[in-house]
Design a binder for this molecule. Structure first.
Ligand code: 13P
Length: 262
């Protein structure tokens, strides 16, 4: 019912030739492997989106931007609008990543404005939420994550549930090598799913993919994907090597097919 999304957030990594090389390799992999229930997605830097789209054109993979302006168009030097991204042929865009919240002081209100711009342009926002280590240690995880959900989705109507993706990324697990255990992640994913269910009803909530992010790698992905409310990964470091990325796609295919060896 929900696709498993294996999403690589490259952050500020890879130049033009490295992007090209990765995409060519990914294209070769996708030529050999196809599983409709698994969607590979990469989010390269802005300057390389067009080339990534060209190389992956016609293949079952998605390309995403890592951020978007909260404004529609106009005098906002350095910003990129949702309509501009759409004109490239992009399908997805990450918003509200904790690095944007932390280093660029992004608020839930701003993330909501970005989400609305993307929706209006027909792009799928990947909306990131997650608590800090201090908040987890203070027992505030649920409260923090649901406050972020409420802020980002305030008065946001959804028609099918397929027009947004949510990513739970505990800040303490990002780039630290500390992955949330599958149980810890499932607990929060379950809380997010319940919130979506109360807000949008069972049909829509059931169609929204909720990705887990934070030190996901080939060795821990299978256990995460076996949880009922974990519908994929938003992966930083381990998405940069094509071999690791393809290994994670293989894992996702095995999990959706119910192979016992994974
Ligand atoms: P790492 O996989 O490097 O921990 O990064 C996670 C992340 O921030 C993906 O958006």
């Amino acid at each position: 019912m929900r696709k498993t999304i294996i999403a690589g957030n490259w952050k500020m990594n890879k130049d033009a030739s490295e992007t090209e090389e990765f995409c060519v390799e990914l294209g070769l992999y996708l030529g050999r492997h196809n599983e409709d229930r698994v969607l590979p997605l990469i989010a390269p830097g802005f300057p390389f989106l067009t080339r990534a789209l060209e190389i992956l054109s016609g293949l079952p993979a998605a390309v995403a931007a890592q951020d978007v302006s909260s404004h529609a168009a106009g005098a906002y030097t350095g910003e990129v609008a949702a309509d501009q991204l759409r004109s490239l042929g992009l399908s997805h865009c990450i918003v509200g990543h904790s690095e944007r919240r932390q280093y660029h002081s992004e608020t839930d209100a701003e993330i909501r404005a970005k989400l609305l711009q993307l929706k209006k342009s027909g792009l799928i926002p990947i909306v990131c939420v997650g608590e800090s280590l201090a908040q987890r240690e203070n027992g505030e995880t649920e409260q923090v994550v649901l406050a972020q959900m409420s802020g980002c989705f305030e008065q946001v109507d959804l028609e099918t549930g397929r027009e947004v993706v949510v990513a739970y990324e505990p800040v303490w697990a990002i780039g630290t090598g500390k992955t949330a255990t599958a149980e810890q992640a499932q607990e929060v994913h379950g809380i997010i799913r319940d919130w979506l269910l109360q807000r949008y009803g069972a049909d829509i909530a059931g169609r929204i993919s909720i990705l887990y992010g934070g030190s996901v790698k080939p060795g821990n992905l299978a256990e995460l994907l076996q949880q009922p409310d974990i519908d994929g990964g938003l992966i930083g470091g381990a998405s940069l090597q094509i071999a690791d990325f393809c290994a994670m796609l293989d894992t996702a295919v095995q999990v959706v097919r119910g192979d016992s060896e994974c």
